[in-house]
Design a protein around this ligand. Structure first.
Ligand code: UDP
Length: 236
């Protein structure tokens, strides 16, 4: 499959990507993810990162157990800031210059989200990590990723997961499940395929941002997929 070439990408990392056995944030796992990012940065790609928080706290799940939803969502957003700092720390330890920008201002911890400033960081060769999603409850970091990808004029949104693309059924449960090389936004939405939230998919569709779903747990895969070689599904 030939894939379009991208220069500026937004990488969406779910919180669970940073998890290890028994640790919400595993330093070794986080370091490996950081190396993936550093590798593609070294190849000249501009990289924005949006981190989730599901390894620590999910608003919806907490609300189901009795938390008030909006409060629980704010707690979830705070969890994404912890993950963002962990990714920043791992990148800095291997010499990659980064900035964290949070949609919820917390000036003693990181920068507030300022689009023009983020743009400047990218121009200077820094990785920008966006935390706290869109900054409002009732959203997710998938929507935050789609929004930031649109604002930062990213060529594509790379969704790093633990499966190697989008399937017509759950490949962990259905042996005959088929992986798509490409699939349309509308089919993802109509068939309710689990790629990203519907609002995130719709935002990408409306702004013509391809979503590349790939397995980030496989070493070197981000670079391979960017080079058009690795296994992935493109939603476009
Ligand atoms: N969240 C929110 N608004 C946002 C982004 C996140 O309220 O714009 C909350 C929400 O409770 C969510 C939690 O933060 O469950 C963690 O984010 P998410 O579930 O998207 O993380 P991921 O599944 O990617 O790890």
């Amino acid at each position: 499959m030939t894939r379009p070439r991208f220069k500026r990408i937004l990488l969406k990392l779910s919180g669970e990507v940073l998890m290890g056995d028994g640790h919400a944030i595993d330093p070794a796992v986080t370091a490996r993810v950081a190396r993936e990012i550093a590798d593609v940065k070294a190849q000249g790609y501009e990289v924005c990162v949006v981190v989730g928080g599901g390894n620590i706290f999910r608003g919806l799940a907490a609300a189901a157990k009795g938390f008030e939803r909006a409060t629980a969502d704010y707690m979830g957003m705070l969890a994404t800031v912890m993950n963002a700092l962990a990714v920043q720390n791992a990148l800095e330890q291997i010499g990659v210059d980064t900035r964290v920008q949070s949609a919820i201002p917390m000036s003693s911890v990181c920068e507030p989200y300022i689009r023009r400033r983020a743009e400047r960081h990218l121009e200077k060769g820094r990785i920008v990590i966006f935390a706290a999603g869109v900054g409002s409850p009732f959203f997710t970091t998938d929507s935050g990723a789609a929004l930031r990808a649109a604002e930062m004029k990213c060529d594509a949104l790379f969704k790093g997961t633990s499966v190697d693309g989008v399937y017509d059924a759950d490949p962990k449960k259905v042996a005959t499940a088929r992986r798509f090389d490409t699939i349309s936004y509308d089919r993802v939405l109509a068939d309710n395929l689990k790629v990203m939230d519907a609002s995130a998919v719709a935002l990408c569709r409306d702004n013509n941002i391809p979503i590349v779903v790939f397995n980030i747990r496989e070493q070197g895969n981000l670079a391979r997929v960017l080079a058009g070689e690795g296994v992935a599904t493109i939603v476009q």
